[in-house]
Design a protein around this ligand. Structure first.
Ligand SMILES: [Zn+2]
Length: 150
């Protein structure tokens, strides 16, 4: 997916390139597959960047939807501070990833987004460990940078 996006975007970093894309409310035609190469996840959505467009499945679409509501992000961070086994919403994870400044690196963002919809009990031991590590890191950055989110 990363390569697909970079080839069709102006920005030279993936983080910035992702921000050129928006999810539209157009219906995707039948028989197309997600830009990640998978075709096993139900509904497909159309993403656009100027004249470029592509299709994403119901999982990958989460990487393109972000909130612009900073209060929602802060509430998510406070929730994770209270319970580090819970997950930020994909929209809040995207907000922090695109914000840059050490909140989430590419791997952490990819991972956290992919497992966001699972409860802690549904995760493997390793996934549980990683979720907690990422949440603890976010809480640390939040403590140091809460002024950035105002
Ligand atoms: Zn996909």
């Amino acid at each position: 997916m990363q390569e697909w996006i970079m080839r069709r975007s102006r920005a030279d970093s993936f983080r910035n390139a992702m921000q050129e894309w928006t999810v539209t409310d157009e219906a995707a035609p039948a028989g197309v597959i997600c830009i990640c190469g998978n075709n096993f996840h139900g509904d497909l959505f159309v993403i656009r960047n100027g004249r470029e467009f592509g299709f994403v499945g119901s999982i990958c679409v989460n990487k393109f939807r972000r909130t612009d509501d900073v209060r929602q992000v802060i509430v998510s961070l406070l929730n994770v501070q209270h319970d580090n086994s819970s997950s930020l919403s994909p929209a809040s994870l995207n907000y922090l990833f695109f914000l840059g400044g050490g909140w989430l690196n590419l791997w952490e963002w990819n991972f956290a987004t992919c497992i966001a919809r699972y409860s802690f009990d549904e995760l493997s031991e390793l996934q549980q460990l990683k979720r907690i590590q990422i949440n603890d890191k976010l809480c640390n950055v939040f403590a140091l940078n809460s002024n950035v989110l105002q």
